[in-house]
Unconditional design. Structure first.
Lengths: 211, 211
DNA sequence: CAGAAAATGGGTTGTCGAATCCAGAATTGG
DNA sequence: CCAATTCTGGATTCGACAACCCATTTTCTG
């Protein structure tokens, strides 16, 4: 829908589509690795292996490219996690998701933080349109987490409000990632997620007795 | 100590000190309201009511000014919260702290996020020196939270690891603030803090029985 | 297999902002 | 109170980067 950041004509040949995708992917990587302002259009040009006015052939301006990157990262995050997110309807599934998140950060040496959250923080107060795009990405992510908890709740395995818990889990993840990124250690992420998941477990019938 | 971002001579007259302070305060406000890159040195100049090469008289470059702003915001956050942070050695004190944080965000209409966290996210991957400055600010903040929990633990009122809990509280706060900022609603902050504090309470002897 | 439309390359322009210089005013210390 | 030092103002340079233009090549369509 609002993906129509394209310049005017909607006609894109196969080659054009591929070039556009390469530009977005390169821009996403550079923005992830150094922030939005750090990613020069010339850097993007080079990294994508395109030259000259290519970028302006596919995007009206840097803002349009940024919006495309936000959507791209949202898709990437959700696609990558989908197999795990589908399993979030049990304590074991939640714990496994936690482990993967932590392990991934360790692998990345805590660099980059959250692809969506980092972008969001940078645009929040200076770019309303981009802020809304990030907000909508977060809503989708939150919904994916909520689905599992709602299922548990419906099966009578979980007390408490699934909506609130989903939001709290996402918040813990974001806060944990931010602190991990800044301090360059995974511990903040570990304890942040462990505390929320412990709390979720304490609200299950299994966890009730054995804390 | 590392506050010596000053240019060369350490001699500052009373008037000079005041001017410098005005510059840092203005820069902090602008960076908070629109991000670091958005805050032009010319904007700072205007907002601080100084003119010409004033800024370069007090700071070597924008980087030095940024470091001064990070320390300024750390002090501001800790000073402002000190009365509350001193009371974090009881569930009631923790809840009150939570209420103040939430109320403040509501007052700000969820704009700005965390003065330290926002800066941190923006510099994390592009400015190692600034990242370390933010990291050290977070450590001080974390220590202040930890103090109360450690006291509870020492009095035998709290089971579990006070260090981990302090970190988890800070992470929940940061994640809640980020989501609140991006979605422009306080709920993420509320539920994030409530979940961690509920968990802390469940680890106290008072909370043990009554969930 | 043309003709049209889209894609590509590279060069160019204009603006904005960081950084620097120097001359004149205020402040401080002896 | 006066000389040294610090502070202030405005003008200016310099580089970087976003944005635009046009000529050429490639790809699609009928």
């Amino acid at each position: 829908m609002s993906t129509e950041t394209r310049i005017q004509q909607a006609r894109l040949t196969r080659k054009g589509e591929a070039t556009r995708a390469r530009i977005v992917a390169a821009a996403a990587r550079l923005m992830y690795e150094g922030g939005i302002t750090e990613a020069t259009l010339e850097d993007v040009r080079t990294a994508a292996g395109v030259s000259g006015s290519q970028i302006y052939h596919y995007f009206a301006d840097k803002q349009a490219l940024l919006l495309a990157v936000i959507e791209y990262q949202t898709e990437a995050v959700l696609d990558l996690q989908m197999p795990l997110l589908d399993q979030l309807d049990s304590i074991a599934g939640l714990r496994q998701w936690r482990d993967v998140m932590v392990e991934y950060q360790r692998l990345m040496q805590c660099r980059g933080g959250c692809p969506i959250g980092s972008l969001g923080s940078e645009v929040a107060e200076s770019n309303p349109e981009a802020r809304l795009a990030v907000a909508s990405g977060f809503l989708r992510w939150e919904a994916a987490i909520r689905a599992g908890l709602t299922a548990m709740h419906a099966r009578g395995e979980l007390d408490g409000d699934p909506d609130g818990l989903a939001l709290a889990i996402l918040a813990a993840l974001q806060g944990g990632l931010l602190l991990a990124q800044i301090q360059r250690r995974v511990r903040p992420l570990e304890v942040a997620l462990d505390v929320v998941l412990d709390h979720v477990e304490s609200l299950t019938h299994a966890g009730r007795s054995a804390t």
